[in-house]
Design a protein. Structure first.
Length: 196
């Protein structure tokens, strides 16, 4: 006798959707904590940020490297899709600025990825290649749109700009008073098209 595979309609959300929602909540919370407190932040701080128990964190991510890779992939997915979400003022330059700040937060997490993966150099290199492959075309389109609108210079290569932002983020874990976002804003200001 065939089994009925029709999903239930109405009523309370399924356990599966609760699990997915908890995982998304944890990943967003962990990303915020990693940016604020570093990759080695205590799990209890992440659980508190997410409003979930520590057991829930460990059920989803049994090891720190699982959590860091999960955050990395979640942020990568969000950045790859972010160009479709324009900010309120809708200008290409504003879209570029919002995306670059999100990218900087992502890089702070990425800098701790190698440490979290310990000796898995091949795994780290594979994730790095995936990040460049997915995000470089997004940044190229954002830069192109801002330049076409006359907001920014047209002679900046996406790869060079990506490296520049990355280099500005390197000092975050080393110098306590280092303000990467301020430096990135200066870089973005320098990208503005010269006045006629």
């Amino acid at each position: 006798m065939p089994r009925d595979t029709t999903p239930p309609t109405g009523g309370a959300p399924s356990r599966r959707s609760d699990v997915r929602r908890n995982e998304r909540t944890l990943l967003k919370a962990a990303a915020a904590v990693f940016v604020r407190s570093g990759i080695n932040a205590p799990v209890r701080e992440i659980a508190a940020e997410a409003g979930l128990g520590m057991g829930t964190v460990y059920r989803h991510f049994p090891t720190r490297s699982d959590l860091v890779v999960g955050v990395f992939r979640h942020q990568l997915d969000e950045l790859a899709a972010a160009e479709r979400t324009a900010p309120a003022d809708g200008s290409p330059y504003a879209s570029l600025r919002v995306w670059v700040h999100g990218f900087a937060d992502f890089l702070v997490t990425k800098h701790g990825l190698a440490e979290a993966l310990h000796s898995d150099q091949a795994g780290f290199e594979s994730l790095h290649a995936e990040f460049v492959e997915r995000l470089l075309p997004v940044l190229d389109r954002l830069l192109g749109a801002a330049a076409a609108a006359g907001h920014t210079r047209a002679d900046v290569r996406a790869y060079d700009f990506m490296l520049a932002v990355g280099n500005l983020c390197v000092g975050v874990g080393t110098f306590p008073d280092y303000r990467a976002r301020r430096m990135i804003d200066l870089l973005l200001d320098g990208l503005a098209a010269p006045a006629a």
